[in-house]
Design a protein around this ligand. Structure first.
Ligand code: ASP
Ligand code: MG
Length: 465
């Protein structure tokens, strides 16, 4: 069970966490392992402290740390009873060490990636200590485990990768016995250490990754990501008024959607779990009775429809035309070499015999790219475009879904249309000004209509015989 920053933000959030864990203990065969993020906002605040230190602003850095210490002490006091003095002492000891470290960094005016990791890791050390103590004081047998003694990583600071074999050995050695003894092991997410014991972090949002790594190592039956939303939605609520909850989806679908900004979690962070066929469930800590969204390796679709739609706004379409391309080889290589040279990622690609169209969202080097392409082709480009991606495993088996998607967009000019080899998504490129309208029409067609016998119009739901 992983609880994000908002789910440990204050004493009320910790109360909700305790209730959720207690319920899990009642229904589960084994006690859960709990992984927590830093209290919300703390990682950002610690990064800011490090920035102040690097600028030599020792005073402001110290006052920011004092404010953080006070907040943690307040939460610890409110969340604990018997262990209050022990946990407050532990919190203060962590801060004494951190204040000393930051002072030294401010004197040197130098914060290496390694030092930065040491600073930011404190957030998860603190939150996990507080939560472990709160559990114990509320009748949930628990044990705090320093995640840095379990999660072994390489030395790529701020973006460390787990050494899975070592980590799993240590999880069996340190975490499994706690579970076997009927206690809830509580660990900080996001943090680890190299084999030599130097503190590292997995990258922002890394607590999901930690949960997935520990779950994979311990053979969890399910990994629960407790957060502040109900799960994945069928569309971005800023664009579509009433999106629905996606009850279940495949890992590949989640990856396609995340790419287009439908980000509840970063799919790569759940890879260790999905690789072991462990379902990952996203749940709302404020509405624990909801089922949430479950992501599985294959994710058999629930209905015969699409799973979700997502969009990426403000992209530029570049059209590259050359009659030299006709029946020639090597043209695409030359073309993409230009994008590579200017380190610009291409999102959508469509081709015909003499032209290629691509979309880019980073236009910082657009002029140079266009100049270079003009050495061997005619080039034009159009800004203020957008990409819509309709995602669903069912697209692989039901060709009518494609037809219905296109039909629902009638009269909206489509600039590019593509369906790639995975066939789990259809991609439309259109004017950014048309995005909201197009998203609403697609959403209405696939998520808001109920099949009424005999009433299916041209764009209504249809089944193949
Ligand atoms: N506290 C870290 C962050 O804010 C890790 C996490 O929350 O997952 O990035
Ligand atoms: Mg966070």
């Amino acid at each position: 069970m992983k609880f994000g920053g908002t789910s440990v933000a204050d004493p009320d959030a910790i109360d909700r966490l305790l209730a959720i864990v207690r319920r899990q203990i009642d229904i589960g065969a084994r006690p859960p392992v709990v992984v927590v993020s830093a209290l919300s906002g703390v990682t950002d605040a610690l990064i800011e402290v490090a920035r102040l230190a690097e600028a030599g602003d020792a005073g402001p850095a110290a006052s920011a740390l004092h404010a953080l210490r006070d907040r943690h002490v307040r939460v610890a006091v409110a969340a604990t009873t018997e262990s209050e003095s022990t946990v407050v002492a532990a919190v203060c000891a962590e801060f004494d060490e951190l204040i000393g470290l930051v002072h030294a960094l401010a004197v040197l005016r130098e914060v290496s990636p390694r030092s930065l990791d040491a600073v930011v890791a404190t957030g998860e050390v603190l939150s996990s200590r507080i939560v472990a103590a709160a559990m114990a004081d509320h009748g949930i047998p628990s044990a705090w485990i320093d995640a840095r003694t379990v999660l072994v990583t390489d030395a790529e600071h701020a973006a460390a990768s787990p050494e899975m074999i070592e980590t799993c050995e240590r999880a069996r050695e340190h975490v499994a016995p706690v579970m076997d003894a009927g206690r809830v092991a509580v660990l900080g997410g996001f943090i680890g250490a190299t084999a030599a014991g130097v503190t590292t972090t997995l990258g922002r949002g890394g607590s999901d990754y930690s949960a997935s790594i520990f779950g994979a190592c311990l053979g969890a039956s399910e990994i629960q990501i407790w957060t502040d939303v109900d799960g994945m939605l069928t569309a971005d609520p800023r664009v579509v008024p009433e999106p629905r909850l996606v009850p279940q989806l495949s890992f590949a679908e989640a990856s396609e959607l995340a790419y287009f900004g439908a980000k509840v979690l970063h799919p790569s962070t759940i890879l260790p779990a999905v690789g072991k066929n462990i379902p990952v469930r996203i749940l709302n800590a404020r509405r624990p009775e909801n089922r949430g969204t479950v992501i599985t390796a294959d994710g058999h679709p629930v209905s015969g429809e699409l799973t979700a739609i997502a969009c990426k706004r403000n992209v530029t379409v570049i059209d590259i035309t050359s009659t030299r391309m006709l029946m020639a080889h090597g043209f695409l290589r030359r073309l993409f070499e230009v994008f590579e040279r200017f380190k610009t990622a291409v999102d959508v690609v469509t081709t015909s015999e003499i032209s290629v169209s691509v979309t880019v969202d980073d236009t910082r080097r657009l002029d140079a790219i266009v100049d270079n392409l003009r050495n061997f082709a005619q080039v034009s480009y159009e800004p203020e475009m957008a990409i819509i991606s309709a995602v669903g495993e069912n697209l692989r088996s039901d060709p009518m879904l494609f037809a219905r998607a296109v039909t629902s967009l009638e009269r909206i000019p489509l600039r590019l249309v593509s369906q790639a080899a995975g066939r789990r998504n259809i991609t439309f490129v259109l004017r950014d000004a048309d995005v909201a309208d197009a998203m609403r029409r697609l959403h209405e067609t696939f998520f808001e209509r109920t099949v009424a016998a005999g009433s299916a119009g041209l764009s209504g739901p249809r089944r193949r015989p």
